[in-house]
Design a protein around this ligand. Structure first.
Ligand SMILES: *[C@@H]1O[C@H](CO)[C@@H](O)[C@H](O)[C@H]1NC(C)=O
Ligand SMILES: *[C@@H]1O[C@H](CO)[C@@H](O)[C@H](O)[C@H]1NC(C)=O
Ligand SMILES: *[C@@H]1O[C@H](CO)[C@@H](O)[C@H](O)[C@H]1NC(C)=O
Length: 270
């Protein structure tokens, strides 16, 4: 066990047995209000993208029945189903999740478009968390073009930059807020993907619609990115209102063994 894990276990155990007079942890921790109060004092759930002072930005979209999905014009549909319901006399509520792994904010694994990688087990559980977490650039791209080699070159992304989140016309058009799949989104053309592979050190490519590859090059551009199995594609990000610049990005997929995609929670920390 790492010393951090030991400390954590120790802290939790101490907290469980500690009386108020010999505190197991310094005061102050846990004092932050976790819930907001409504006007009549009842607890009110808080939903937000930007946390106090703009230190944390949630760049994940909410998952709802209207969340767009590449395989449907009708959105993700009923993704939650209550199996047990208190309203029906059960002692608790208990839901089941049914979600296309390429709906909403999600990540692709190499097995998405290479059968051999799928067969070899290169699923989302094998994605490198060091690539999915670390310094990132958020960039704006020209609004009148897809991401061609020429556009990529014009962005002048320096060597050494390993993660880039591309904000495009998709954000201006708010495509992720529309439940129907819109094939006119902006994405990488095959030559743009190849240019990135050949001329940059980028290993994490993030984009603001369901596919990093433009619809006309849907398969070919994905193949270019996934070929080395070193580049991770995060799709369907919410980059609205995010200032361009450098952040720490933290993305965590679910450990879905055998899946070529997964919902992913991504945040930026200033
Ligand atoms: C409650 O039970 C009724 C009757 O079995 C069923 O139609 C309904 O869907 C249930 N509702 C929930 C939320 O489980
Ligand atoms: C339990 O499920 C019901 C729907 O059957 C819902 O209205 C209620 O808010 C849920 N309660 C909790 C505590 O989540
Ligand atoms: C990008 O390509 C798609 C087809 O793949 C097209 O519908 C769309 O108009 C293009 N967008 C721009 C800004 O050129």
């Amino acid at each position: 066990m790492s010393s951090l894990a030991k400390l954590l276990v120790f802290t939790l155990l101490s907290a469980a047995v500690a009386s108020s007079k010999d505190a197991a942890y310094p005061s102050g921790y846990g004092d932050e209000p976790g819930i907001c109060l409504g006007s009549s004092g009842e607890p009110k759930p808080s939903r937000r993208e930007i946390y106090e002072g703009g230190e944390i930005f949630d760049i994940t979209h909410q998952y709802t029945p209207n969340t767009p999905s590449g395989v449907s014009d009708d959105g993700a549909g009923e993704i939650l189903r209550l199996l047990m319901s208190m309203k029906n006399g059960s002692d608790y509520n208990l839901s089941e999740l049914k979600l296309c792994v390429h709906a909403g904010t999600h990540v692709d694994a190499p097995g998405h478009m290479y059968q051999n990688y799928f067969d070899q087990g290169f699923d989302v559980d094998t994605l490198d968390l060091r690539v999915l977490n670390g310094p990132t650039l958020v960039v704006d791209v020209p609004r009148d073009k897809n991401l061609t080699a020429e556009v990529m070159k014009s962005l002048n992304i320096p060597r050494g930059v390993k993660r880039v989140l591309f904000r495009t016309l998709n954000t201006d058009r708010r495509l992720m807020w529309k439940k129907g799949f819109d094939t006119s989104y902006v994405g990488f053309m095959e030559d743009g993907a190849q240019w990135l592979v050949d001329n940059t050190d980028i290993k994490l490519v993030g984009i603001d619609y369901l596919s990093v590859a433009a619809y006309d090059d849907l398969i070919t551009a994905h193949l270019v990115f996934h070929k080395s199995r070193e580049i991770i594609l995060v799709e369907g990000l919410n980059l609205e209102g995010i200032e361009l610049g450098i952040y720490g990005v933290h993305c965590l997929p679910l450990r879905l063994v055998g899946a070529e995609g997964s919902p992913i929670r991504c945040i930026l920390i200033k």
